[in-house]
Design a protein around this ligand. Sequence first.
Ligand SMILES: Cc1cc2nc3c(=O)[nH]c(=O)nc-3n(C[C@H](O)[C@H](O)[C@H](O)COP(=O)(O)O)c2cc1C
Length: 317
Amino acid sequence: MVDRARASFYDSPFNPRRTAMNLKNRTLIKIKGFLFFFLGILSASLLLTRTLSVYSAVLLLVAIWSFCRFYYFAFYVLHNYVDPMFNYSSLSSLVAYFLKKKQAAAPPVENPTLLVIDCSPRVKASISRVLTNDFAEAWKSKHPGRPVIHRDLGTQSLPYVTEAWIEATSSSAPLTPEQKAEVAVSDELIRELKTADHYVIAIPMYNFTVPANFKAYIDQIARAGETVTFSATGVEGQLKNKRVTIIISCGDRYTDDSIMAPCNFVQSYLRTILGFLGLTDIRFFFADRVGEVTFGQRTRENYLNEIREKARELEIP
Ligand SMILES: Cc1cc2nc3c(=O)[nH]c(=O)nc-3n(C[C@H](O)[C@H](O)[C@H](O)COP(=O)(O)O)c2cc1C
């Protein structure tokens, strides 16, 4: 059962490295490369022996070159400009990608609730808090009167998971009053997640990953039987049909063309852990280069004017 559950995790759309896995075996890579090359040479030779002329040889070369360029260009564009989590492995990976994207989209909800999660311990100077606030205001204009839940992890610390917590959450017997008290915070956080339909989460990048308060939050909400279930058919996240908007604020820049790109552990981590809980419709927005404000190259006001304008392009669900 464990193997089956692991396989279903590996195979799921929230495992960011899944599509590249079949390219890891070196012998297989060589065999595949040779077969493709051999097939190409064979087909070209058969065609040219039938219609041997300089004209058809040149056209064949142009066709091969153009298709190779198109193929490379299409995947380059997809990976660099559409979705950096897409890993090319074959044409079928492309088809699977679009099918999964369709499945991942949360359907519209009639009377939605918004959950706003802030993580920055900075209250006055925070960049990400301004953006979650703007998002919530725009959301309220779109859904007048609908409730907004605010969870502030930056100013209210959560308890870490303890031995008693682990025992309580893995027990199949009815919980004792002490155990109920132990998981009360977790219960409340999970209730908020289940109640809300749309989430907006601000993540200030700390030391290339999520801040410790958000990790403590994840440890409280990722609970077997509550937000994720394990069965003979596999792992199943229980937070379904929710739209997640994530605002990442960071000092540096982590776009794919930047040398810092490999140091961005925030995005792949979030995609994996949220996907594990069933959240697959995720939009990311970067408030990057905040370092320019920190190190006095520009004013906070100047930075905010620009980034708030850019953030207005975020789709409000
Ligand atoms: C403890 C700490 C660690 C940080 N680590 C990083 C980092 O690894 N990479 C980065 O680009 N910025 C880093 N920063 C900069 C913050 O991500 C940036 O200031 C961001 O705007 C913080 O969000 P906030 O403005 O909402 O508080 C760090 C800041 C602090 C205080």
